[in-house]
Write a protein that binds this ligand. Structure first.
Ligand SMILES: Nc1ncnc2c1ncn2[C@@H]1O[C@H](COP(=O)(O)OP(=O)(O)OP(=O)(O)O)[C@@H](O)[C@H]1O
Ligand SMILES: [Mg+2]
Length: 450
């Protein structure tokens, strides 16, 4: 009886010890206890899981089998079924799961490399990922790394986008790191690779936060920032010290767009005279300063109160489209934010959208907005966009021009942080009149903000 109590006491002690370990030092508990237990489970159940997910292949293998032979003679004549079993070596079909590598722990789960069976493609694993996640009792399983003949599966115990900690600033020109991708990698926006971005989402979904992150990251760089803020300037005015120009009314927008188009034509002429295809091929001392144009709530640019504004809106749309078309080669980049950017806004909008090859779709209220933003992407991307919950602002679907998409989240950048960055780097702000040449005017309303 005493032994039993000692045993029971030891068990309770162990359970309390493990609970306390997990409670007070979750990281070491994960690597020391939980991860090895998970690995054992994954290995022990892998053949069943792979079979259930349709990832096994049938292979012919030599096996001993038991064969029944009818026995001839008096017993057979009596019509009684008399059989004799005989062991025989023969080839039989055996289900074979893909070979699982050694799982390696990560902070949120583990990564494991798999060898593809003959005839399999990484897409087979992408399709099975949700089923594997349920079988492994984890938040999600993603195919993260594909090499010929192998894939790496990344299992995460909880959503890696719950907490995002990165610094948006990078060392490289026109490169910003606004957040994290779901696969754990940094989310990088490189304007030299994808020149223009569309940033869409419902109200309070995190569009302005992403703009803040971009401003904070670009503020220390030798670039000119330009703001269009038709919400009366409430969004971008605090960043005025780092903005070379800021337009807050429709007239100012028109004038600023005209300046931009004229500047693009200047740059085009300069490239032509030096036989360069784009500004990056010009000698370094002649290369113009890159311009990043941020537009908050683009729909305001296209809205008309009455018919008299029709021409004005059409001219604005055309100028914006020209900036988008020419900007790619001449280092003028657009970040266009809006709740929905559809053809209902006006005739030029669809053409403008086609020029914005980088897409960021935050939480949306209706499926059409997701369709509009992400275009005809993989339906899974649209489903993922529609599934973004309201309580995680900043979570979005990011699509580059190569057709791949990721779930991502921007790092939280408060207005104060972006404002401080703008103020601290105010001395780097190129003067709009110097930048665009003395022959140009910034228009009566465009505040040269520096
Ligand atoms: N990545 C993020 N992490 C944490 N909180 C965030 C993040 N992005 C946004 N938020 C929070 O969500 C709120 C709304 O974000 P934001 O102002 O960027 O939305 P919005 O899409 O610009 O909305 P609106 O259309 O009304 O301008 C902000 O107050 C901010 O605190
Ligand atoms: Mg906003």
């Amino acid at each position: 009886m005493t032994d039993f109590y000692v045993f029971l006491g030891a068990l309770v002690g162990l359970a309390v010890g493990l609970w306390a370990w997990r409670r007070w030092h979750p990281d070491s508990f994960w690597y020391g206890v939980a991860f090895p237990a998970r690995v054992a489970l994954v290995y022990l159940t892998w053949s069943h899981v792979a079979s259930g997910c349709g990832l096994t292949r049938t292979r012919q293998r030599w096996r001993y089998t038991l064969d029944a032979l009818p026995v001839v003679g008096p017993a057979a004549r009596n019509a009684a079924t008399v059989v004799q079993y005989k062991r025989q070596l023969r080839r039989v079909g055996v289900e074979k799961a893909p070979r699982l590598g050694l799982p390696r722990p990560t902070r949120l789960g583990w990564r494991v490399r798999l060898r593809l069976s003959g005839g399999q493609a990484p897409a087979d694993y992408e399709k099975a990922a949700e089923r594997i996640a349920h079988a492994w009792r984890v938040h999600s399983v993603r195919v993260v790394d594909v090499t010929p003949g192998h894939v790496t599966l990344w299992a995460t115990m909880r959503d890696p986008l719950t907490v995002v900690e990165v610094t948006p600033e990078t060392e490289e020109l026109l490169k910003v790191r606004p957040g994290k991708l779901e696969n754990g990698q940094d989310w990088i926006i490189d304007f030299r690779v994808v020149p223009h971005w569309l940033n869409a989402g419902a109200t309070q979904s995190g569009k302005s936060n992403l703009a803040n992150a971009i401003i904070k990251a670009l503020a220390p760089q030798p670039v000119a920032l330009v703001g269009f803020d038709l919400k009366g300037g409430v969004e971008f005015t605090p960043y005025a010290p780092r903005l070379s120009a800021l337009a807050t009314t429709r007239t100012q927008c028109r004038a600023l767009l005209d300046d931009l188009v004229a500047e693009l034509e200047d740059r085009m002429e300069q490239c032509r005279s030096h036989g360069a295809r784009n500004v990056w091929r010009l000698p370094e001392e002649l290369r113009p300063v890159p311009i990043v144009v941020l537009i908050d709530e683009v729909a305001e640019l296209f809205l008309m109160a009455d018919k008299s504004e029709k021409d004005e809106v059409a001219r604005t749309g055309t100028a914006l489209l020209r900036v988008a078309q020419l900007g790619r080669a001449f280092a003028v980049h657009l970040v266009v934010c809006g709740q929905r950017i559809g053809s209902d806004l006006g005739p030029g909008v669809t053409a403008l959208r086609a020029q914005l090859s980088g897409r960021v779709c935050h939480r949306v209220n209706d499926p059409e907005t997701a369709n509009m933003t992400l275009g005809d992407m993989d339906p899974a991307a649209l489903d993922a966009a529609r599934a973004i919950p309201a309580e995680t602002p900043g979570v979005c679907i990011v699509a580059g021009q190569d057709g791949s998409w990721h779930r991502a989240r921007s790092v939280y950048v408060s207005e104060e942080a972006a404002e401080t960055a703008a103020r601290d780097h105010a001395h780097l702000t190129p003067d709009w009149n110097d930048l665009t040449g003395s022959s140009l005017t910034t228009g009566p309303g465009c505040s040269a903000a520096a």
